[in-house]
Design a binder for this molecule. Sequence first.
Ligand code: PMP
Length: 372
Amino acid sequence: ATAPGPVGIDDLPVREELRGKSPYGAPQLDVPVRLNTNENPYPLPDALVDRIAERVREAARHLNRYPDRDAVALRTELARYLTRTTGHPVAAGNVWAANGSNEVLQQLLQTFAGPGRSAIGFEPSYSMHSLISRGTGTEWISGPRNEDFTLDPAAAAEAIARHRPHVVFVTSPNNPTGTAVGADTVLALYEAAQAARPSLVVVDEAYVEFSHGDSLLPLIEGRPNLVVSRTMSKAFGAAGLRLGYLAAHPAVVDAVQLVRLPYHLSAVTQATALAALEHTDTLLGYVDRLKSERDRLVGELTAMGFEVTASDANFVQFGRFDDAHAAWRRILERGVLVRDNGVPGRLRVTAGTPEENDAFLDAARELTSYVG
Ligand code: PMP
């Protein structure tokens, strides 16, 4: 017989490490201006929507069959995109794709970490790195960052030497701070990670198309334990598509296939992503607009007296607030949803359309009396 009363998660035989925990969840509130999840504000252009319909229609004819398990056509086009935009030759064999870069990261942790192993990230950073670690039974180690949210290569290398993690996450540009790291820093961390184990270094470049600087992808050359992860959720304006990918030595691509579910990337997803890649130039045009809107947000927030973190991403971290959550709520009362990532005294706003950013800046101007 079932005991009376409500049944909660902790009444179920769930794994110990999941007890009392909350799922990842940015609020999905229905407000006029949503600048909280670093999405691209521009809907896909009509020509691309038509092309997606065409390619999905063709794929639909064959849905009785499983999709290409290795997504070769898609990986070939992703490799072409990476080669063109980084100047570094990348082949299909260097590329692997999955349902969002979150799944790419999960596959990497399943392959290179897991029970009895550990991963480190330098916090505050992307919270899913620790959550996916937990979900894969990987011990999480919180590494240090400077007061101004930059990475101190010596302190980070020291943490790697001390903890000897199996996976090292470097997020550049970093979420939620917007901070990018240079090649020198990644090389210092890579050397520390190789000396400690060797371990896998994952450079999460979800936002790199918005950066003032270059991609770190060329560093994969001659470094089989270095992986760069990317996504179509931000620059390509296709968060709803769920398509992430990585570039690395072909041996890494072979290794993740040990854990990927067979046929994980649906034929519909592959067809849609291929259509989007045909329109790369149009989509990257929106990136230029968003970069200048990002720079405008930094300039105007600074002029209002906020402390603003330099940003290489499509979002801006600003503060300081005595009570960041109260400030978040006041902005929300003006119909604008920003993000409280839990960084003390700070909030994060995603660059939207010029009109959305104006609405946000009007709300922020009213907050200046709350700046601590
Ligand atoms: N990495 C970082 C740093 C992110 O901010 C995000 C999205 N918020 C992701 C990866 C995952 O994005 P997706 O799964 O949509 O590719």
